[in-house]
Write a protein that binds this ligand. Structure first.
Ligand code: PHE
Length: 358
C-alpha cells in the first residue's frame, strides 16, 4: 500500500498540470477527495491492514490528502484573480500621460550653477529692469562713451523714482532700462556685502540686436565673480578651467586671448578647443571645415577679467584693499556649443520636435 500511495501522488500531480478550467479542477477534486473518491477508498482499506503498519500508512495518507487539498486551493485562487479581470480587454494600449520637462536652457543654467555651487559660489539674482547707473556708470562705462551704443535701447518711460536707492556718485537721476548684461549684479552685491564674495548670477539680458541665427534681442547670461584680499589672475584661470572641463568634458584644452571690457583690467576672452572637431578626430588643418568652429579649432565661451578698481570705487570698497575676478557667459551659446545647435531661434520658437530632444 505504501507504494500505491506514492504512485497516486505522482499521478495526481501529473493530472493537475493538465487542468485548465475550474470545472475540470472540481472534477479532479471529487475524483481524489470526494466520497468514494480515491483517497476515501484507501482510507477504508486501512482497516484490513495489519495493526502495526496502520499508524504509518494513516499518516502517509493524511499527508497526501493535505498536499492535494493545498494544490487544488492554490490553483483555484490563481484563477479567482483572473475572474475579476473578466470583461477587461488586456490587449488595449494603456492611457498615456504627457509629462513635461525642463527647457534645455533651464537645464543648462542648472548644470552651470551646480558646478559653481560645488566650487563654493552662492547664487544671487539681480533685476531685469535696471537703472543706467548699474548698467553703465558703476561698470566704468561713462554714459557718453561709444561703448554704450550697442546697449542703447529698451528704455522705459519716466525718470527713476526718488525712492530708488541711488549712491551719491550716480550722476543725475537717470532712467530705467532693460539690462544689457548680468554684470549689473556686481556693484549691487558689493554695495550690500563685504568680501569674501563668491557669487554666481543667472538671468535674462536684452540688446538691440536684429534676430538671426546667432543673435536674439533677449538671451540669458550667467555672471560669476569672486572678491577677496588676495585674488589673482591664476584663480580666474583655475576656476574657469575646472568649470569648462566639468561642463564640456575632461579632454578640452583652453586658451585666453587679450580683450577689452571697461569693468575688468586685464580683460580676456576664453576659448576652448572645438569639441566637435575633437569628437570627429579631425585635426584643425583638415580640409573639410568643421561647421561649429568654422575650421578654427577653437570656440569662444566667455568674457572675463580682473575687476577694475573703478568698480570697487563705485561699490564703496576701500582703495587697494580687495582684488577680484569676474566672468560672464551666454547660456544659449553654452548649450549651442555643447549640443551642436546651429540656430539660437530654436530655443524660443517652442517647437516640441526640437525641445523634446533634450
Ligand atoms: N558682461 C560682459 C558681456 O556681456 C561679459 C563679462 C562679464 C566680461 C564679466 C568680463 C567680466 O559681454
Amino acid at each position: 500500500m505504501e507504494t500505491e500511495i506514492k504512485e497516486i501522488e505522482i499521478i495526481f500531480f501529473a493530472e493537475i498540470k493538465e487542468i485548465n478550467s475550474l470545472q475540470d479542477l472540481e472534477k479532479l477534486r471529487i475524483k481524489y477527495l470526494g466520497r468514494k473518491g480515491i483517497l476515501d477508498g484507501l482510507f477504508s482499506q486501512l482497516s484490513h491492514i495489519e495493526s502495526s503498519q496502520r499508524p504509518l500508512l494513516g499518516k502517509m495518507l493524511n499527508e497526501l490528502k493535505e498536499k492535494i487539498l493545498k494544490e487544488i486551493k492554490e490553483k483555484e485562487n490563481l484563477w479567482a484573480g483572473d475572474k475579476e479581470l473578466a470583461g477587461i480587454d488586456l490587449s488595449l494600449p494603456g492611457l498615456y500621460f504627457v509629462i513635461g520637462k525642463k527647457h534645455i536652457l533651464t537645464q543648462t543654467i542648472e548644470e552651470v550653477l551646480a558646478i559653481f555651487e560645488k566650487l563654493g559660489f552662492t547664487i544671487l539674482e539681480g533685476p531685469e529692469i535696471e537703472t543706467e547707473y548699474y548698467n553703465f556708470t558703476s561698470l566704468n562705462i561713462p554714459q557718453e562713451h561709444p561703448a554704450t551704443e550697442a546697449f542703447h535701447t529698451f528704455y522705459l518711460e519716466g525718470e527713476i523714482s526718488s525712492g530708488e536707492r541711488r549712491p551719491r556718485s550716480a550722476p543725475g537721476k537717470g532712467r530705467y532700462l532693460l539690462r544689457s548684461q548680468t554684470s549689473t549684479v556686481q556693484v549691487r552685491v558689493m554695495e550690500n556685502y563685504l568680501p569674501p564674495l563668491r557669487i554666481i548670477s543667472p538671468g535674462r539680458v536684452y540688446r538691440p540686436d536684429a534676430v538671426d541665427a546667432s543673435h536674439s534681442f533677449m538671451f540669458h547670461q550667467i555672471e560669476g565673480f569672486a572678491v577677496d584680499e588676495n585674488i589673482k589672475f591664476s584663480d580666474l584661470k583655475g576656476t574657469i578651467f575646472v568649470f569648462a572641463q566639468r561642463f564640456f568634458g575632461k579632454e578640452i584644452k583652453m586658451r585666453f586671448r587679450p580683450h577689452y571690457f571697461p569693468f575688468t583690467e586685464p580683460s580676456v576672452e576664453v576659448d576652448i578647443s572645438c569639441i566637435i572637431c575633437q569628437r570627429n578626430q579631425k585635426p584643425e588643418t583638415s580640409n573639410q571645415k568643421c561647421g561649429v568652429c568654422k575650421g578654427k579649432g577653437w570656440l569662444e565661451i566667455l568674457g572675463a577679467g580682473m575687476i577694475h578698481p573703478r568698480v570697487f570705487h563705485f561699490a564703496g570698497y576701500p582703495k587697494h584693499k580687495y582684488t577680484g575676478f569676474a566672468f560672464g557667459m551666454g547660456v544659449e551659446r553654452m548649450a549651442m556649443l555643447k549640443y551642436g545647435i546651429e540656430d539660437i531661434r530654436l530655443f524660443f520658437e517652442n517647437d516640441l520636435r526640437f525641445l523634446r530632444q533634450f
